[in-house]
Design a protein around this ligand. Structure first.
Ligand SMILES: [Zn+2]
Length: 315
């Protein structure tokens, strides 16, 4: 049994961090109204090993959670859904990410397509095996969410679903207006969640509008899925005050830098392969963002994001 770590970020909101293999860490958020919701479930084993002991410390159990509210369908946010479903919770996810809750194969297919576009064929098998270790069994969803839906946790806690695609097509934020708290999952990426890495964006062309939409609600506290990196260290997982504006400003600036670098790479390498153009773009930004090479020579998360930028640019 892992040691539970549990941070109260508001009277009704707790952050539950769940570490997982390869240095990852996903933050789940427990929100307590008359009903209780857990925002995301991290990876397989996360609810059992981390959430259950955290809940026990306040006299609750997994069976006390009424709703799972996924911010999106990535492995490190819905991998524990089956454990919560088995404990009696109802699962909600945006309609554009539903397939990820019903098909583990869809996760493998997306990973393979991106890696092959960059020529990283030899890394596919290991990535697929990792995804299968971290994804629980497919339990689908009980409620498909749409933009503007209200999740009613009781008279004093109502969460509004704000559709913010970019990270995935079905990424959402949950806004508790009365508390000024926006739970963003991975919708807002800043410089990405790891030093030397880059934002994870499957659909970069829809990202700027989503950033503007999220910022427009005027939240004073963000509850983020990871410790997202800014120019001077971590801005997440729970930025407040002036750091909220810094999160949006830097997120947009990083996206614009990558879009420009990809355009430059197409211009420099008119007949280049995906791998060659992607590597050129990374080289253009390597110094500015202190990029590493953790993803097969590309910056961390590059095999997910660079193919998406290449496709958006016409490849
Ligand atoms: Zn994600």
């Amino acid at each position: 049994m892992a040691t539970a770590s549990f941070e109260r970020v508001h009277d009704r909101v707790y952050r539950v961090p769940v570490p997982f293999e390869g240095g990852g860490l996903t933050n789940m958020y427990l929100v307590r109204g008359a009903k209780t919701a857990i925002i995301d479930t991290a990876v397989l084993g996360g609810p059992t090993d981390y959430l259950a002991p955290a809940l026990a410390s306040i006299g609750l159990g997994l069976g006390s959670v009424d709703y799972v509210l996924n911010t999106h369908g990535h492995m490190d946010h819905l991998g524990g859904n089956a454990e919560m479903k088995d404990a009696g919770a109802e699962i909600s996810i945006h309609k554009a990410d539903v397939e990820r809750s019903t098909s583990n194969q869809s996760h493998l297919d997306r990973a393979r397509a991106g890696m092959e576009m960059l020529g990283l064929h030899e890394r596919v098998a290991a990535r697929e095996a990792q995804l299968l270790r971290l994804l629980g069994r497919e339990v689908g969803c009980d409620r498909e969410l749409d933009d503007g839906d209200i999740v009613d946790l009781g008279p004093d806690v109502k969460l509004t679903v704000i559709h913010t695609p970019g990270h995935t097509p079905g990424s959402v934020c949950y806004y508790w207006e009365a508390a000024g708290i926006l739970i963003t999952g991975d919708s807002i990426q800043v410089r990405g969640s790891r030093v030397g890495g880059m934002p994870v964006l499957e659909d970069p062309s829809s990202y700027p509008a989503s950033l503007a939409k999220a910022e427009s609600v005027g939240a004073t506290t963000l509850c983020m899925g990871h410790a997202f990196k800014g120019p001077d260290g971590d801005l997440g997982p729970v930025p407040t005050g002036a750091n909220v504006a810094a999160v949006y400003r830097e997120s947009l600036a990083v996206h614009e830098s990558w879009a420009d670098a990809i355009r430059q790479a197409f211009s420099d390498l008119p007949n280049g392969s995906g791998g060659e153009r992607g590597f050129r773009a990374a080289e253009l930004l390597r110094e500015k963002y202190n990029l590493g090479d953790a993803d097969g020579g590309f910056p961390g998360s590059g095999s997910m994001t660079i193919p998406a930028y290449l496709r958006a640019a016409g490849m």
